[in-house]
Write a protein that binds this ligand. Structure first.
Ligand code: NDP
Length: 263
């Protein structure tokens, strides 16, 4: 049984679906959660606000719209002010959209959706990781017993988890394309996988682990009600996988049960 996650953890898209469940399950552990969402005061964040009452002092709600560079920058500043010497142990890039939805054939997808989905699902996570890098480095450096590049990486020490999708796998595409064409979404997750791979190469010199995880097909607004997995089971599985990740998993695409997915 792996050790539970702990330290300072930032989750994007934390007000509903998988993101909200991540906050719920992490709040019970020894972690402080920076729960980011685009409208903290809005009705869509009520469940997240309730969690802050249920777990006093464990959750900081931070405004963050992943499509807006100024909003990302302001969120990073707000986290920086609060976080202290320990730095950021884990960044979970979870927020994403799927436009124009499912099945979204070619005729339904145009430039607007392609650009918007790329901006939110790829550019956002890229910029968030870039701006949070000093805080992730700070956490990685806390363990002074490790010196070499790529030594003892883990989600407890310092890591980025990009929530990706099986739909972004180029190899598997022929098996599921007919069911859900989703050109913008598939292309965005394939690009996020490449960002993951690049960051894993880049950041291992700082001992920061970077891995992409597919949550399974989950019953959320995005996944739909016919999906087989509950948010509870998906998140329980992903957190168990995250807490077991080490050097060998850096730069990989895994599913919520730890199986490797081909690019
Ligand atoms: P939901 O649609 O249920 O939730 C999406 C979350 O992302 C919401 O909190 C939403 O906030 C947020 N979000 C969207 N756009 C932005 C933005 N510009 N800035 C900040 N937050 C934003 O999706 P899921 O919970 O199902 O998906 C979570 C992750 O899992 C995604 O990365 C998705 O691609 C991935 N995934 C999901 C699968 C599934 O079956 N559900 C399958 C494979 C992957 P708001 O309320 O403000 O819109």
């Amino acid at each position: 049984m792996s050790e539970k996650l702990k330290g300072n953890i930032l989750v994007t898209g934390a007000n509903r679906g998988i993101g909200l469940e991540l906050v719920k399950q992490l709040a019970g552990d020894e972690a402080h959660i920076y729960a980011c969402c685009r409208a903290p005061e809005g009705s869509g964040a009520e469940a997240l606000r309730d969690l802050t009452t249920q777990y006093p002092g464990k959750i900081s709600i931070i405004q963050l719209d992943t499509s807006d560079e100024d909003s990302i920058s302001a969120a990073v500043q707000a986290v920086n002010k609060q976080i202290g010497a320990g730095g950021l142990n884990l960044l979970i890039n979870n927020a994403a959209i799927n436009k124009p939805g499912t099945p979204a054939p070619l005729s339904a997808s145009g430039k607007k959706d392609m650009m918007e989905v790329y901006e939110i699902n790829v550019v956002g996570p890229f910029l968030i990781a870039k701006m949070l890098l000093p805080l992730l480095q700070r956490a990685a450096e806390m363990d002074s017993t490790v010196k070499d590049e790529g030594d003892k990486m883990s989600c407890r020490r310092s890591a980025i988890i990009n929530i990706s999708s099986l739909a972004g796998s180029i190899k598997i595409c022929p098996e599921n394309f007919a069911r859900a064409q989703m050109y913008p979404y598939r292309a965005s997750k394939a690009a996020l996988n490449m960002v993951t791979r690049c960051q894993s190469e880049d950041f291992k010199r700082h001992n920061i682990l970077v891995t992409a995880i597919h949550p399974g097909w989950v019953r959320t607004d995005m996944g739909g009600q016919e999906a087989p997995l509950s948010t509870q089971d998906s998140v329980h599985g992903m957190l168990a996988i995250m807490s077991s990740l080490s050097n060998k998993d850096c730069g990989m695409l895994l599913d919520w049960e730890g199986n490797m997915i081909p690019w």
